[in-house]
Ligand binder design. Structure first.
Ligand SMILES: *Cc1c(COP(=O)(O)O)cnc(C)c1O
Length: 374
Protein backbone atom coordinates (compact mmCIF):
# COMPACT_ATOMS: atom_id res chain seq x y z
CA UNK A 1 0.00 0.00 0.00
CA UNK A 2 1.25 3.44 -0.98
CA UNK A 3 1.63 6.04 1.77
CA UNK A 4 0.12 9.49 1.14
CA UNK A 5 2.28 12.44 0.05
CA UNK A 6 0.11 14.80 2.12
CA UNK A 7 -2.28 13.41 4.75
CA UNK A 8 -5.27 15.65 5.36
CA UNK A 9 -7.48 12.79 6.57
CA UNK A 10 -5.49 12.06 9.72
CA UNK A 11 -5.40 15.76 10.50
CA UNK A 12 -9.17 15.97 10.03
CA UNK A 13 -9.73 13.03 12.36
CA UNK A 14 -7.86 15.01 15.01
CA UNK A 15 -9.72 18.32 14.61
CA UNK A 16 -13.09 17.26 13.28
CA UNK A 17 -15.11 18.20 16.37
CA UNK A 18 -13.78 21.74 16.22
CA UNK A 19 -14.15 22.02 12.42
CA UNK A 20 -17.74 20.82 12.59
CA UNK A 21 -18.62 23.09 15.52
CA UNK A 22 -17.10 26.09 13.71
CA UNK A 23 -18.87 25.27 10.45
CA UNK A 24 -22.18 24.65 12.23
CA UNK A 25 -21.91 28.13 13.75
CA UNK A 26 -21.54 29.60 10.25
CA UNK A 27 -24.49 27.56 8.95
CA UNK A 28 -26.55 28.84 11.88
CA UNK A 29 -25.80 32.56 11.38
CA UNK A 30 -25.68 32.35 7.58
CA UNK A 31 -23.19 35.17 6.96
CA UNK A 32 -21.29 33.31 4.26
CA UNK A 33 -19.55 36.40 2.91
CA UNK A 34 -17.35 38.32 5.37
CA UNK A 35 -19.00 36.77 8.41
CA UNK A 36 -17.61 37.22 11.94
CA UNK A 37 -15.25 34.23 11.52
CA UNK A 38 -13.37 36.13 8.80
CA UNK A 39 -12.62 39.05 11.12
CA UNK A 40 -11.68 36.71 13.97
CA UNK A 41 -9.43 34.69 11.65
CA UNK A 42 -7.66 37.89 10.51
CA UNK A 43 -7.20 39.01 14.12
CA UNK A 44 -5.63 35.68 15.10
CA UNK A 45 -3.46 35.44 11.98
CA UNK A 46 -2.09 38.98 12.48
CA UNK A 47 -1.33 38.18 16.13
CA UNK A 48 0.46 35.00 15.08
CA UNK A 49 2.41 36.75 12.32
CA UNK A 50 3.28 39.76 14.46
CA UNK A 51 1.95 42.24 11.90
CA UNK A 52 -0.47 45.11 12.39
CA UNK A 53 -2.80 43.97 9.63
CA UNK A 54 -3.92 40.70 8.08
CA UNK A 55 -6.50 40.58 5.31
CA UNK A 56 -7.70 37.19 4.20
CA UNK A 57 -8.60 36.61 0.56
CA UNK A 58 -9.67 34.04 -2.01
CA UNK A 59 -6.29 32.42 -2.77
CA UNK A 60 -2.55 32.95 -2.66
CA UNK A 61 -2.78 34.23 -6.22
CA UNK A 62 -5.39 36.82 -5.14
CA UNK A 63 -3.07 37.82 -2.30
CA UNK A 64 -0.25 38.54 -4.75
CA UNK A 65 -2.59 40.45 -7.06
CA UNK A 66 -4.00 42.50 -4.16
CA UNK A 67 -0.50 43.51 -3.05
CA UNK A 68 0.68 44.41 -6.56
CA UNK A 69 -2.51 46.31 -7.47
CA UNK A 70 -2.64 48.20 -4.16
CA UNK A 71 0.99 49.28 -4.64
CA UNK A 72 0.06 50.63 -8.08
CA UNK A 73 2.40 48.29 -9.94
CA UNK A 74 1.55 47.94 -13.61
CA UNK A 75 2.73 48.51 -17.19
CA UNK A 76 6.26 49.89 -17.49
CA UNK A 77 7.23 48.57 -14.06
CA UNK A 78 9.64 45.75 -13.34
CA UNK A 79 9.24 43.24 -10.51
CA UNK A 80 12.29 41.15 -9.67
CA UNK A 81 11.56 37.58 -8.72
CA UNK A 82 12.89 34.04 -8.75
CA UNK A 83 12.46 31.65 -11.67
CA UNK A 84 12.29 28.70 -9.24
CA UNK A 85 8.74 29.03 -7.99
CA UNK A 86 5.17 28.04 -8.70
CA UNK A 87 3.86 29.80 -11.81
CA UNK A 88 1.43 31.97 -9.78
CA UNK A 89 4.25 34.22 -8.52
CA UNK A 90 5.25 35.29 -12.01
CA UNK A 91 1.73 35.12 -13.37
CA UNK A 92 0.54 37.73 -10.86
CA UNK A 93 3.30 40.13 -11.92
CA UNK A 94 2.39 39.67 -15.59
CA UNK A 95 -1.38 39.90 -14.93
CA UNK A 96 -1.02 43.45 -13.58
CA UNK A 97 0.90 44.34 -16.76
CA UNK A 98 4.31 44.61 -15.11
CA UNK A 99 7.45 42.91 -16.41
CA UNK A 100 8.83 39.93 -14.48
CA UNK A 101 12.62 40.19 -14.16
CA UNK A 102 14.31 36.99 -13.04
CA UNK A 103 17.11 36.67 -10.51
CA UNK A 104 18.85 33.28 -10.23
CA UNK A 105 18.86 31.36 -6.97
CA UNK A 106 21.31 30.22 -4.31
CA UNK A 107 21.85 26.46 -4.83
CA UNK A 108 21.91 25.82 -1.07
CA UNK A 109 18.59 27.43 -0.20
CA UNK A 110 16.66 27.32 -3.53
CA UNK A 111 15.84 31.00 -2.87
CA UNK A 112 16.70 34.27 -4.62
CA UNK A 113 20.43 35.00 -4.42
CA UNK A 114 20.84 38.55 -3.02
CA UNK A 115 24.19 39.05 -4.78
CA UNK A 116 22.55 38.28 -8.09
CA UNK A 117 19.69 40.64 -7.23
CA UNK A 118 22.19 43.50 -7.06
CA UNK A 119 23.84 42.41 -10.32
CA UNK A 120 20.52 42.25 -12.15
CA UNK A 121 19.47 45.67 -10.80
CA UNK A 122 22.78 47.22 -11.83
CA UNK A 123 22.42 45.83 -15.35
CA UNK A 124 18.71 46.55 -15.73
CA UNK A 125 19.15 49.66 -17.90
CA UNK A 126 20.84 47.49 -20.48
CA UNK A 127 18.80 44.29 -20.22
CA UNK A 128 15.40 45.98 -19.76
CA UNK A 129 15.53 49.48 -21.26
CA UNK A 130 12.42 51.46 -20.40
CA UNK A 131 11.42 49.20 -17.51
CA UNK A 132 11.29 51.00 -14.17
CA UNK A 133 11.98 48.59 -11.29
CA UNK A 134 9.35 48.92 -8.55
CA UNK A 135 9.44 45.83 -6.36
CA UNK A 136 11.26 42.64 -5.43
CA UNK A 137 9.16 39.54 -4.93
CA UNK A 138 11.20 36.83 -3.19
CA UNK A 139 9.60 33.46 -2.50
CA UNK A 140 10.01 31.40 0.68
CA UNK A 141 10.44 28.26 -1.35
CA UNK A 142 9.67 24.92 0.31
CA UNK A 143 8.97 26.79 3.57
CA UNK A 144 12.40 28.43 4.00
CA UNK A 145 12.46 32.25 4.22
CA UNK A 146 14.37 34.19 1.57
CA UNK A 147 17.27 36.41 2.74
CA UNK A 148 15.05 39.29 3.88
CA UNK A 149 17.68 41.44 5.55
CA UNK A 150 20.01 41.55 2.57
CA UNK A 151 17.20 41.75 0.05
CA UNK A 152 15.57 44.55 2.06
CA UNK A 153 18.84 46.49 2.13
CA UNK A 154 19.32 46.24 -1.62
CA UNK A 155 15.64 47.05 -2.24
CA UNK A 156 16.05 50.15 -0.05
CA UNK A 157 19.10 51.33 -2.03
CA UNK A 158 17.20 51.02 -5.30
CA UNK A 159 13.92 52.43 -3.95
CA UNK A 160 11.97 49.18 -4.35
CA UNK A 161 9.25 47.64 -2.22
CA UNK A 162 9.58 44.04 -1.01
CA UNK A 163 6.57 41.77 -1.56
CA UNK A 164 7.08 38.39 0.08
CA UNK A 165 5.46 35.40 -1.62
CA UNK A 166 5.14 33.32 1.53
CA UNK A 167 2.60 30.90 0.05
CA UNK A 168 4.84 28.05 1.24
CA UNK A 169 6.51 29.78 4.18
CA UNK A 170 3.77 31.02 6.49
CA UNK A 171 4.97 30.58 10.07
CA UNK A 172 8.69 30.39 9.33
CA UNK A 173 11.05 32.59 11.36
CA UNK A 174 13.73 34.87 10.00
CA UNK A 175 16.05 36.54 12.53
CA UNK A 176 13.66 36.28 15.49
CA UNK A 177 10.54 37.48 13.65
CA UNK A 178 8.09 35.72 11.42
CA UNK A 179 9.36 36.00 7.83
CA UNK A 180 6.00 37.48 6.80
CA UNK A 181 6.73 40.45 9.09
CA UNK A 182 9.93 41.42 7.22
CA UNK A 183 8.52 42.66 3.93
CA UNK A 184 6.38 45.70 3.13
CA UNK A 185 3.67 43.16 2.40
CA UNK A 186 3.64 39.37 2.58
CA UNK A 187 1.25 37.04 0.81
CA UNK A 188 0.31 33.51 1.76
CA UNK A 189 -1.95 30.71 0.54
CA UNK A 190 -4.31 28.41 2.41
CA UNK A 191 -4.54 25.92 -0.46
CA UNK A 192 -5.23 22.57 1.29
CA UNK A 193 -1.73 21.13 0.69
CA UNK A 194 0.14 24.20 2.01
CA UNK A 195 1.45 23.97 5.58
CA UNK A 196 -1.61 25.88 6.88
CA UNK A 197 -4.44 24.92 4.55
CA UNK A 198 -8.20 25.32 4.52
CA UNK A 199 -10.72 23.08 2.74
CA UNK A 200 -10.72 24.91 -0.56
CA UNK A 201 -8.92 27.97 -1.88
CA UNK A 202 -7.83 30.76 0.41
CA UNK A 203 -5.03 33.18 1.19
CA UNK A 204 -4.02 36.28 3.12
CA UNK A 205 -1.84 39.38 3.03
CA UNK A 206 0.13 40.82 5.95
CA UNK A 207 1.43 44.36 6.42
CA UNK A 208 2.18 46.98 9.07
CA UNK A 209 1.26 49.80 6.69
CA UNK A 210 -2.21 51.30 7.35
CA UNK A 211 -2.54 52.93 3.94
CA UNK A 212 -1.51 49.81 2.06
CA UNK A 213 -3.89 47.68 4.16
CA UNK A 214 -6.76 50.04 3.30
CA UNK A 215 -5.86 49.92 -0.41
CA UNK A 216 -5.72 46.10 -0.35
CA UNK A 217 -9.10 45.98 1.43
CA UNK A 218 -10.47 48.11 -1.39
CA UNK A 219 -8.91 45.93 -4.12
CA UNK A 220 -10.38 42.86 -2.41
CA UNK A 221 -13.92 44.13 -3.04
CA UNK A 222 -13.96 45.59 -6.57
CA UNK A 223 -11.96 48.69 -5.68
CA UNK A 224 -14.62 49.94 -3.29
CA UNK A 225 -14.40 53.45 -1.82
CA UNK A 226 -16.75 54.69 0.90
CA UNK A 227 -19.00 51.71 0.36
CA UNK A 228 -19.32 48.89 -2.09
CA UNK A 229 -21.31 50.93 -4.60
CA UNK A 230 -18.67 53.67 -4.69
CA UNK A 231 -15.62 52.45 -6.58
CA UNK A 232 -12.29 54.25 -6.70
CA UNK A 233 -9.97 51.77 -8.44
CA UNK A 234 -10.09 48.54 -10.40
CA UNK A 235 -10.24 45.63 -8.03
CA UNK A 236 -11.20 42.00 -7.73
CA UNK A 237 -13.68 39.75 -6.02
CA UNK A 238 -11.06 38.26 -3.73
CA UNK A 239 -12.88 37.62 -0.45
CA UNK A 240 -12.22 34.62 1.79
CA UNK A 241 -15.32 32.46 2.42
CA UNK A 242 -16.61 32.49 5.99
CA UNK A 243 -16.72 28.67 5.95
CA UNK A 244 -13.02 28.58 5.09
CA UNK A 245 -12.25 31.01 7.92
CA UNK A 246 -14.03 28.55 10.22
CA UNK A 247 -11.57 25.86 9.08
CA UNK A 248 -8.50 28.04 9.64
CA UNK A 249 -9.80 28.90 13.14
CA UNK A 250 -9.83 25.17 13.92
CA UNK A 251 -6.34 24.60 12.50
CA UNK A 252 -4.38 27.61 13.75
CA UNK A 253 -4.27 26.45 17.41
CA UNK A 254 -2.38 23.28 16.42
CA UNK A 255 -0.23 24.87 13.71
CA UNK A 256 2.96 25.40 15.76
CA UNK A 257 2.79 21.82 16.95
CA UNK A 258 2.35 20.65 13.37
CA UNK A 259 5.37 22.68 12.25
CA UNK A 260 7.40 20.95 14.99
CA UNK A 261 6.21 17.57 13.74
CA UNK A 262 7.24 18.45 10.17
CA UNK A 263 10.61 19.59 11.47
CA UNK A 264 11.15 16.29 13.27
CA UNK A 265 10.49 14.38 10.03
CA UNK A 266 12.88 16.65 8.12
CA UNK A 267 15.65 16.18 10.70
CA UNK A 268 15.26 12.43 10.63
CA UNK A 269 15.45 12.39 6.83
CA UNK A 270 18.52 14.62 6.80
CA UNK A 271 20.32 12.48 9.34
CA UNK A 272 19.61 9.33 7.37
CA UNK A 273 20.18 10.72 3.87
CA UNK A 274 23.03 13.23 4.17
CA UNK A 275 25.58 10.69 2.95
CA UNK A 276 23.70 9.65 -0.19
CA UNK A 277 22.01 12.86 -1.39
CA UNK A 278 22.28 16.64 -1.08
CA UNK A 279 19.88 17.39 1.78
CA UNK A 280 18.21 20.78 2.35
CA UNK A 281 20.10 23.36 4.38
CA UNK A 282 18.49 25.72 6.87
CA UNK A 283 20.71 28.75 7.62
CA UNK A 284 21.16 29.29 11.38
CA UNK A 285 19.15 32.54 11.40
CA UNK A 286 16.02 30.89 9.89
CA UNK A 287 13.51 28.19 10.55
CA UNK A 288 11.64 26.34 7.83
CA UNK A 289 8.02 25.21 8.00
CA UNK A 290 8.96 22.36 5.65
CA UNK A 291 6.25 22.82 3.06
CA UNK A 292 8.43 20.42 1.09
CA UNK A 293 11.45 18.32 1.98
CA UNK A 294 13.57 18.49 -1.17
CA UNK A 295 16.79 16.63 -1.85
CA UNK A 296 19.06 16.73 -4.89
CA UNK A 297 20.00 13.45 -6.55
CA UNK A 298 21.66 12.54 -9.83
CA UNK A 299 19.45 10.43 -12.13
CA UNK A 300 16.41 11.90 -10.40
CA UNK A 301 13.74 10.45 -12.70
CA UNK A 302 15.09 6.92 -12.30
CA UNK A 303 15.24 7.32 -8.52
CA UNK A 304 11.69 8.60 -8.56
CA UNK A 305 10.47 5.60 -10.52
CA UNK A 306 12.18 3.21 -8.07
CA UNK A 307 10.54 4.97 -5.13
CA UNK A 308 7.17 4.60 -6.85
CA UNK A 309 7.72 0.86 -7.31
CA UNK A 310 8.19 0.62 -3.53
CA UNK A 311 4.97 2.53 -2.79
CA UNK A 312 6.70 5.78 -1.84
CA UNK A 313 5.25 8.85 -3.56
CA UNK A 314 7.49 11.78 -4.47
CA UNK A 315 7.16 15.00 -6.45
CA UNK A 316 9.27 17.32 -8.57
CA UNK A 317 8.98 21.01 -7.69
CA UNK A 318 9.58 22.36 -10.29
CA UNK A 319 10.47 20.46 -13.46
CA UNK A 320 10.39 23.52 -15.75
CA UNK A 321 11.58 26.85 -14.30
CA UNK A 322 9.30 29.84 -14.88
CA UNK A 323 11.70 31.64 -17.24
CA UNK A 324 11.47 28.66 -19.63
CA UNK A 325 7.68 28.30 -19.50
CA UNK A 326 6.04 28.78 -22.91
CA UNK A 327 3.74 31.45 -21.48
CA UNK A 328 6.78 33.63 -20.72
CA UNK A 329 8.71 32.96 -23.93
CA UNK A 330 8.20 36.61 -24.96
CA UNK A 331 10.33 37.72 -22.00
CA UNK A 332 13.35 36.52 -23.97
CA UNK A 333 14.96 34.13 -21.50
CA UNK A 334 16.47 30.93 -22.89
CA UNK A 335 18.10 27.74 -21.62
CA UNK A 336 21.25 28.89 -19.86
CA UNK A 337 19.79 32.22 -18.67
CA UNK A 338 19.39 30.98 -15.09
CA UNK A 339 22.03 28.24 -14.78
CA UNK A 340 21.68 27.47 -11.06
CA UNK A 341 17.93 27.14 -11.26
CA UNK A 342 18.10 25.02 -14.42
CA UNK A 343 20.67 22.70 -12.88
CA UNK A 344 18.52 22.21 -9.79
CA UNK A 345 15.34 21.64 -11.79
CA UNK A 346 16.94 18.45 -13.12
CA UNK A 347 18.00 17.17 -9.68
CA UNK A 348 15.30 18.08 -7.15
CA UNK A 349 13.09 15.46 -5.58
CA UNK A 350 10.55 16.16 -2.85
CA UNK A 351 9.74 13.43 -0.35
CA UNK A 352 6.55 13.06 1.71
CA UNK A 353 6.67 15.39 4.72
CA UNK A 354 3.63 16.14 6.84
CA UNK A 355 2.88 16.30 10.55
CA UNK A 356 1.16 12.92 10.65
CA UNK A 357 3.83 10.84 8.92
CA UNK A 358 4.46 7.98 11.35
CA UNK A 359 7.94 6.88 12.47
CA UNK A 360 7.29 3.68 10.59
CA UNK A 361 6.43 5.46 7.34
CA UNK A 362 9.42 7.77 7.73
CA UNK A 363 11.56 4.65 7.95
CA UNK A 364 9.90 3.27 4.80
CA UNK A 365 10.71 6.43 2.85
CA UNK A 366 14.33 6.35 4.01
CA UNK A 367 14.77 2.66 3.23
CA UNK A 368 13.14 3.04 -0.19
CA UNK A 369 15.43 5.92 -1.05
CA UNK A 370 18.57 4.13 0.13
CA UNK A 371 17.51 1.17 -1.97
CA UNK A 372 16.74 3.36 -5.01
CA UNK A 373 20.17 4.97 -4.78
CA UNK A 374 22.12 1.76 -4.18
C1 LIG B 1 0.69 27.86 -3.96
C2 LIG B 1 1.50 29.00 -4.36
C3 LIG B 1 0.95 30.19 -4.85
C4 LIG B 1 -0.51 30.33 -5.19
O1 LIG B 1 -1.39 30.05 -4.19
P1 LIG B 1 -2.90 29.65 -4.55
O2 LIG B 1 -3.59 29.69 -3.23
O3 LIG B 1 -2.86 28.28 -5.15
O4 LIG B 1 -3.42 30.67 -5.50
C5 LIG B 1 1.78 31.26 -5.11
N1 LIG B 1 3.11 31.16 -4.92
C6 LIG B 1 3.69 30.04 -4.46
C7 LIG B 1 5.16 30.03 -4.24
C8 LIG B 1 2.91 28.92 -4.18
O5 LIG B 1 3.50 27.79 -3.74
Amino acid sequence: MSLPFVDLKTQYARIQDQVRANMDAVLAHGQYIMGPEVAECERQLAAYAGTKHCLTCGSGTDALLMALMALGIGPGHGVLTTPFTFIATVEAIALVGATPVFVDIDPRTFNMDPRKLREVLEGLGETHPGVEPKAVMPVDLFGLPAEYEEIGKIAGEFGLEVINDAAQGFGADYKCKKAVAWAKVACTSFFPAKPLGCYGDGGAVFTDDDELAAAMASVRVHGMGEDRYHNVRLGLNARFDTLQAAVILAKLPIYEEEIEARRAVAYRYSEALADVAVVPEVPPHCTSVWAQYTIQVPGRDGVRAKLGEQGVPSAVYYPLPCHLQPVFAHLGYTAGSMPVCEDLAAKVLSLPVHPYLTQNDQGKVIQALLHALS
